[in-house]
Write a protein that binds this ligand. Sequence first.
Ligand code: PLP
Length: 417
Amino acid sequence: MHQPGIPHLAAADPQVAALVEGEARRQFEKIRLIASENYVSAAVLEATGTVLTNKYSEGYAGKRYYEGQQFIDPVETLAIERAKALFGVDHANVQPYSGSPANLAVYLALANPGDTVMGMALPAGGHLTHGWGVSATGKWFRSVQYGVRKDTGRVDLDEVRALALAERPKLIFCGGTAIPRTIDFAGFAEIAREVDAVLVADIAHIAGLVAGGAHPSPVGHARIISTTTHKTLRGPRGAMLMSDAEFAKPLDKAVFPGLQGGPHNHTTAAIAVALGEASQPGFRTYAANIVANAKALADALLARGFDLVSGGTDNHLILIDLSNKGVGGKPAAKALDRAGIELNYNSVPFDTRKPFDPSGVRLGTSAVTTRGLTVDHMPRLAEWIDRAVAAGDDTEIDKIAAEVRELLADHPMPGWV
Ligand SMILES: Cc1ncc(COP(=O)(O)O)c(C=O)c1O
């Protein structure tokens, strides 16, 4: 049953309620390995479902365009103060609707259409909004893209430096969406300084690891930090921009009125709750466990002959190149989904297949760690993945799904009782 309960929804709109219940059960019964997902706490879930969704509050605390901000202003201020304390930054803006608009606000604040910008190419692990061609950021700016080395699967800072020196970008994005290795913020910062660019660290994936001390912090290196709040940080769907005091005004102006109207106050409250949770000592253990689980899963997959991009992981994320298994990423992801193991098919660096039918799958351990799975469970996960990828028929896959359900029955999920 969905928790908090949804009796009013069930009475008013049974059709939607049944779909919500179905999704809650699905999340309970699946080993969720999508690297960008997690399970929020019941407290975060409650905050997103409050009357704060009724309120408009364009502007910033103390300077709004609508009356009645007696409770919204303190909610937003609380979220900001918690973000500043948790990450150790001068300035935080908690209004971006999500990670993509947060990144767009960075461009709006610091660049003009046609300016040269630099980011990691999507197939190498970067995000669309780091200047990839189909994104507005690739269409409206002159985007140059760095990748990873073919022999290591890792970023080569000498190549990044050479490209930056040749192209002189105004902005350099580091971070991405499929990077299994530690990001060298200090190394990127040195390059940005050499070419007089502003370094933007997009820590959407690793924000929870940074907050929990399980990944180095970009603070002191990147002058702007962009993050979503819903991945390893385990908050609601949303985003934040953080920076030195120097960029506070241009970033705030870019978010509102530059790009957005009223902030989503129910989300802001839930971000405040999630940041409160992330500042508890237990969150450091959680972040360490995410990484320990990812390393244990990577080791178990390697032992079964899987080919991992860069040879392993330093964080929550694993990228498997399935070429040596003779199966594409998409059919493997579909078989795994039926087996109760949810992940996404993903391009691997230098992929010879198309993005919609790529060679790889991407996994992350944030959600399973929230469910309480430990390093001792990871060999079993690797075994299931191996069996499902190799399975010739649905009988074997359905057998795995039953085993998965049995394991998860003993691991409570926030949001489901
Ligand atoms: C590194 C990075 N930046 C930005 C985003 C965009 O976030 P959203 O999907 O909330 O727009 C993502 C999403 O996966 C991401 O991985």
